[in-house]
Design a protein around this ligand. Sequence first.
Ligand code: NAP
Length: 255
Amino acid sequence: MTQSPSRPTRVAVLGASGRMGAAACAAVEEAEDLELVARIGRGDPLDAVAAAGAEVAIDLTVPSATGENVHWLVEHGIHAVVGTTGWTEESLGELRARLEGTDGVGVLIAPNFAIGAVLAMRFAEIAARYYESAEIIEMHHPNKLDAPSGTATHTAAAIARGRAAAGLGPVPDATEKDPAGARGAVVDGIHVHAVRQRGLVAHEVVQFGGVGEQFTLRHDSFDRISFMPGVLLGVREVAAHPGLTVGLDGFMDLG
Ligand code: NAP
């Protein structure tokens, strides 16, 4: 679907009354090059998205609904920008296969829309090759349902890629007894510690250690508004990226 630069791109928001959805509606309404044409909540028919002439839909719903929503959007030729968690390798594979039969529809699945968090993941992959030790501490509000966070899982995978590229083996750790799990979860060989605390929003610390040295990367989202520049970047770029893109970095020139 081509978009004329002379008129705003028509955007629908799914999950419009949720915390992220409401912020996305406000961000789209404030953007001069975008027009909010549909606010979809639980129980609203998806036909309203097509009836409103939406070219791009933002999905910020719940893990149990997002798969069906996105397949429906793809079937109707509507580009999708998805922040909802719950996507697995299996469901991503099914979506990729579904997209192969379509003519130019783009889908972005973004585990984290915060630009700084995306940069932290990239920087972590670069730093990983130079340090013997690496651990991740992710900190979130206590209403979060899953642990470790998707961002921490992706950061661990990025660190593992960096270490593998440099030929590094396992991180040094002499722990033999840990009956209470004090060393945290292990994701792709990297220890991940999850903190749940009132007052927090979404925070990540990546700590690298070498002999006589520590290097720390830290990103803090203090408010959901921090995700909106990434959401808008996704909306503006998704039509130019047919097929499936996983991670906002796919739309950023990070070298
Ligand atoms: P939330 O406040 O619970 O909002 C979810 C909204 O979706 C609710 O209003 C819910 O309605 C609605 N909904 C449920 N099923 C629906 C359906 N089939 N169609 C349309 N709307 C439906 O959650 P949130 O904090 O906004 O987060 C939304 C999602 O974004 C979560 O998966 C969260 O993990 C993710 N998230 C992603 C990022 C990122 O950067 N990628 C950042 C923050 C959060 P009801 O209230 O009636 O159930």
